[in-house]
Design a protein around this ligand. Sequence first.
Ligand code: GLA
Length: 659
Amino acid sequence: MYYGGDYNPEQFPPHVWEEDVVRMQEAGVTLVSLGIFAWSRIQPAEGKFDFEWLDRVIGLLHDGGIAVDLATATASPPPWAVQQYPDILPQDENGARYWPGSRQHYAPTSPSYRRLAAELVHAIAERYVNHPAVVMWHVNNEYACHLRHDYSDNAAAAFRQWLRAKYGDVGTLNEAWGNAFWSSLVTDFEQVHPPRKAPYSVNPAGLLDFKRFSSDALLELYTMERDILLSHGATQPITTNFMGAFAAADYWKWAPEIDIISDDSYPDPNDPEAFRTAAFTRDLMRSLGGQQPWILMEQAAGAVNWRPTNAPKAPGQMAALSMQAVGRGADGVMFFQWRQSRRGAEKFHSAMLPHAGTGTRTWREVAQLGADLKALGDVGGADGRARVALVFDWENWWAVEGSDHPVELDYGALVTRWYAALHRRHVMVDIVHPEGDLGGYSLVIAAQQYLVTDAAAANLRGFVERGGHLLVTAFSDVVDESDAFRDGGFTVALRDLLGAQVKEFGALVPPEFDASAPGERFAPFDGPFGSGTGTLLAEELDVVDAEVLAHFTEGRRSGDPALTRKRTGAGRAYYLATVPDEVTTGGLTAWLLAEAGVEPLVAGASEFVEVARRGDVLTVINHSAERTEVALAGTDVLTGDAVETLELDAYEWRMVRPR
Ligand code: GLA
């Protein structure tokens, strides 16, 4: 179990480094991520490297028994590099340049950036690849965190190259993008541009490809650095830190290139439901890594500095959220950062060692968690053994949130609404790609899966044929991978499986609109789970060959089907023709779990109690300020004591091997 944080010693004089190591030992630190933003310190000029200070820091850490996750330091190019090679700087969609003075001011496709970054990684790898302290490599940092897309001339050239490789000739591109529309037929790839500021909506298929390209361009940077490390004989695991469900990088595509998945996570202490979204990201990381252990690479010990208001974590909350990660498969708990910065933009961001020193609650909690993780020892493999899977797909995310649709949908919020309903019911969930392996699941939910490839449709069909329960919800199976309708309208790829076809979307007024806005806002419906409320869409369904389980009861769809079920092979496919509100999502979830025969991990616990399974261990966490009880017989993993009922104070956690 790794424990530690980002370590930025270049901000402090050498005598502080010595104190750092002593304090790290006191806190139970075993690993630090070193040098993430140290490029200008390591390389004061082109061709000139200063490793003397870094040698010393790594030596001190090693002597103190602290391992190093060594950064490639490429996340923030130094001022001299930008001065000499201004093409490093990225541009926004108006062609305006992003200037240096902050961080991440590089265009991923800039040849100068790539060359200089490569030289830096070569130098670092050459020097430290065999250092016994270095147990992991930390490539760059949070790719695209601040700059999701670059529209520079470098980006334009690389985008055209990407399109040439994908489509081969302009005829194929014109067909895929539908360029016959709005006089857009191109006769040369040079006529294609990134989706820069245009008078009106840009071509959605082009936009979708630009998002694919932008994710790929960053991934290319990652693999470039990784391959340099490998070329020097690196045997340590190589990682780069993800940011949960982050829109700009298709982590399904990235994950196979990464040895150990790592994630940065900053749930808002002001939001009493933030722990549920955090749980979703933990499950996403475990799922991206194929049920292998992952690392919580960054979290805050207390407050962050970048929200409009930055609450500290409540007493115990930092440990609760850390153990949530461990309970959901993490083999490391790390922080941004080890010692709080005295200067710069993040001087108000909490750290393991705060400005006020060791006489603080933050320090006591950090040291306590370090001791607990040490005492916990090996908690086994990360497999959550979930029987329920939620489909989550970046390509669909990019496509479903396109402009000019019947309603605006927030894909992340809608998927996590289903996740939250399952989480409240103490059910373990995996996150899956629509073309991913669905073997072993009893229930799969595909919410707003607007973009469906033929391969995904076949995969979902196979799941149902083998006995699975599949729920598909409104605005799914609308387009193919080029964001084009298939011949035959909507719900073509899944029509046979669902036994129903959508004829019309029936947009409703979004619930959050001004209450005086005219028009229908809700679509009530009735079914086997009780009555429910639909929002955003009330679709007109043509039921070809399915049972109708629920009808709309009011409004323009009154009497029409709202929920259908069709049996295929040993399984069932359900279609819900609306977007259920939160309460209805809960009712439907409970009913579906019963249909699919999925039991909760514990019975009768409060919805603010989280239960997660990792192999044969259950982690139980009270995320509320109220004391609560959970009936669970087994052995406490930390103390070895037998337990029957857990009494949990505010933010208290336990790990139990059930009897
Ligand atoms: C990100 C970065 C860190 C730091 C934190 C602050 O996660 O990777 O360098 O800026 O945010 O929360």
